[in-house]
Design a protein around this ligand. Structure first.
Ligand SMILES: [Zn+2]
Ligand SMILES: [Zn+2]
Length: 466
C-alpha cells in the first residue's frame, strides 16, 4: 500500500491524497487549489494522476478546497464512484455550480483583456456538463455504517465537527499478506463548541493517520465574547449609519453568523433600523440545506428547534436575489449588515461591496474566517493598502476587525485533544492541510504525543507501507 500527497501538502488548499492499495486507486478529496490565479489554474488543470485510472474518490466534505476539482476529474475521464454523505452531495451540487459560474465570470473579464493584448483566451476548468456527469457518480454513504467499497476495502464516515455533514474518513484495507491497515483521515477537523455543529468523534484503532494542521501552532481565543463584539459593531454602525461588511464562506461561516445575529435579535440587541442582508445565492441555498437537516444539529440548536424557534432565520433578515439587487445595496444608506461570499474575498459579490465600503472610515470590515496566503482577504487582514479590486487600486480606510474565535478548524488544543484519543495504534502520521510552519508544528505535536513515524509530506511525496 502507498500514499502520495498531491494537494494540501505544505499548503491549505487543493486537498488531494492518493491511496494505492490492493490494486485499487483511491483519491481522498479532490479539492481546488487556490492562490495566485495563473499558478492555481495550472495546478488545477494538470492533474497528477490519470483520472481514467482512478477507481474511487472519497470526499470528506463539500468545501471547494476539498471538492472543487472533481468536475475536472470527470472532464478528463474519471468514471469511478464518489463516496460522500448524502447531504455533502447536495452541498457539492450547489457549490460546484457556483464555482463554475464564478470561474466563468472571472475568465470573461480576463479574456476581454487578453483579447485586447492579442493573447489566446483561457478556458474554464470545467462546465455545467461536467458537473451533471459528476453528480451521477456520487454514492450517498451514511455515517457510522461501514461500507465495503471493494472486497478488501471498507469505508466508514464519522463526525468531523467542521461544517454540517463534514466527515472523518476511515478506511480498513485488508491485504493478502495479512498486512492490514486502518487509515484515518481527519479531513478538516472542527473546533469544538461551534454553534449548530456536533463535536468531532474519536474513531479508534487507526495505524495510519492523516491530520489537518491549519491552526496547529495557534490557540483560538474563546468564542464567549463573539456576541458582545458583534453587538458593539452593530451599535457602531447604527450610530454612524454605516455598514458592517462580513465576507463569509457560504457554507458554515454564514450560518454561524446568522445564528449569532439571531441570538442578538432575540435579546433586542439589533435595532430595527439595522438591516441584515445575506448577499449570496449560494449562501441562501446552503442555508436552506442546513435548515432541511435539523436532525444533525448539536443539542443547543435542536433545543431551539424543539422550542419552536428557527436558529437560521429572524425578522429583518433578507436574502438578496439578483445581482441588480445586490448592486443596489451600494447606494442604500446604512446602518446595514451585509454578509457576502466569498470568504477569502477572491470572488463573488463581496468584491463590489468591498470596493464601495473600504474607502469609508465609518464602515467596518469584519474578517472572521481563515485567509490563505495571496488572497485579497489576507491583504485586508494585513491592512496592506491600497487594495486591488477589479483591477483598480482602492485605499483601505474602513476599520478592519478580526474575530478568530469563529474558526471552523480545531486549534492546537482541539487538535491535541483529538490526537490524544485516536493515537493509540498509530504507527505513521502525516501532517497535511497547513502552511509549512503549521505542518511542522503539527509534526512536532504528533511526536510529543508519542507517535514515532511522523512526516509533513512535500507535494508529490510517496510513502510505502508493508
Ligand atoms: Zn473545510
Ligand atoms: Zn479545508
Amino acid at each position: 500500500m502507498k500514499i502520495t500527497f498531491y494537494g494540501a501538502a505544505q499548503t491549505t488548499t487543493g486537498s488531494m491524497h492518493f491511496v494505492e492499495a490492493n490494486g485499487k486507486r483511491i483519491l481522498l478529496d479532490c479539492g481546488l487549489y487556490q492562490g495566485h490565479r495563473k499558478e492555481a489554474f495550472e495546478k488545477n488543470r494538470n492533474l497528477p494522476v490519470d483520472p481514467k485510472t482512478i477507481d474511487y474518490v472519497i470526499l470528506s466534505h463539500a468545501h471547494i478546497d476539498h471538492s472543487g476539482n472533481l468536475p475536472q476529474l470527470v472532464r478528463q475521464g474519471f468514471r469511478g464512484r464518489v463516496f460522500a454523505r448524502q447531504s455533502t452531495t447536495d452541498l457539492c451540487d450547489i457549490m460546484l455550480r457556483d464555482s463554475c459560474f464564478l470561474q466563468k465570470r472571472d475568465l470573461d473579464y480576463i479574456n476581454k483583456k487578453r483579447k485586447k493584448e492579442g493573447k489566446h483566451p483561457f478556458e474554464p476548468l470545467y462546465d455545467e456538463h461536467d458537473i451533471d456527469a459528476l453528480m451521477q457518480l456520487f454514492v450517498p454513504t451514511h455515517m457510522h455504517e461501514p461500507r465495503e467499497i471493494s472486497l478488501v476495502i471498507t469505508l466508514e464516515f464519522f463526525n468531523a465537527g467542521h461544517i454540517l455533514f463534514s466527515a472523518l474518513v476511515q478506511l480498513d484495507i485488508h491485504s493478502d499478506h495479512g498486512h492490514n491497515h486502518r487509515l484515518l483521515f481527519s479531513g478538516d477537523l472542527g473546533q469544538p463548541n461551534q454553534p449548530i455543529i456536533r463535536h468531532y468523534e474519536y474513531p479508534a484503532g487507526a495505524d495510519i493517520l492523516l491530520v489537518e494542521s491549519t491552526y496547529a501552532d495557534k490557540f483560538h481565543p474563546s468564542a464567549d465574547d463573539v456576541e458582545l463584539r458583534l453587538e458593539r459593531y452593530i451599535k457602531y454602525i447604527d450610530r454612524h449609519n454605516s455598514k458592517l461588511l462580513i465576507p463569509a464562506f457560504s457554507v458554515g461561516r454564514t450560518q454561524q453568523i446568522i445564528y449569532y445575529l439571531n441570538k442578538l435579535k432575540e435579546k433586542n440587541k439589533v435595532p430595527r433600523e439595522v438591516k441584515v442582508f445575506i448577499d449570496s445565492p449560494l449562501s441562501q441555498k446552503a442555508t436552506m440545506i442546513y435548515a432541511a437537516h435539523r436532525e444533525v444539529y448539536n443539542d443547543e440548536a435542536r433545543q431551539m428547534v424543539a422550542e419552536g424557534k428557527d436558529p437560521l432565520t429572524f425578522p429583518g433578515m433578507v436574502f438578496v436575489g439578483t445581482p441588480e439587487e445586490s448592486m443596489a445595496l451600494n447606494d442604500m444608506p446604512g446602518p446595514m449588515i451585509i454578509i457576502a461570499a466569498s470568504g477569502m474575498c477572491e470572488g463573488g459579490r463581496v468584491l463590489h461591496h468591498l470596493k464601495h465600503c473600504v474607502r469609508d472610515e465609518d464602515n467596518i470590515i469584519l474578517i472572521c474566517g481563515f485567509q490563505a496566503e495571496n488572497t485579497l482577504g489576507r491583504r485586508i487582514v494585513e491592512k496592506r493598502t491600497p487594495l486591488r479590486i477589479f483591477g483598480e487600486e482602492v485605499e483601505l480606510k474602513a476599520k478592519v476587525e478580526i474575530i478568530n474565535a469563529l474558526s471552523a478548524h480545531a486549534d492546537r488544543q482541539g487538535l491535541t485533544d483529538w490526537i490524544n484519543e485516536v493515537k493509540d495504534n498509530v504507527r505513521h502520521a502525516f501532517a497535511v492541510h497547513g502552511e509549512p510552519e503549521k505542518v511542522a508544528a503539527m509534526a512536532e505535536l504528533l511526536k510529543e504525543h508519542g507517535v514515532r513515524n511522523v512526516a509533513a509530506p512535500m507535494p508529490g511525496q510517496t510513502f510505502r507501507f508493508d
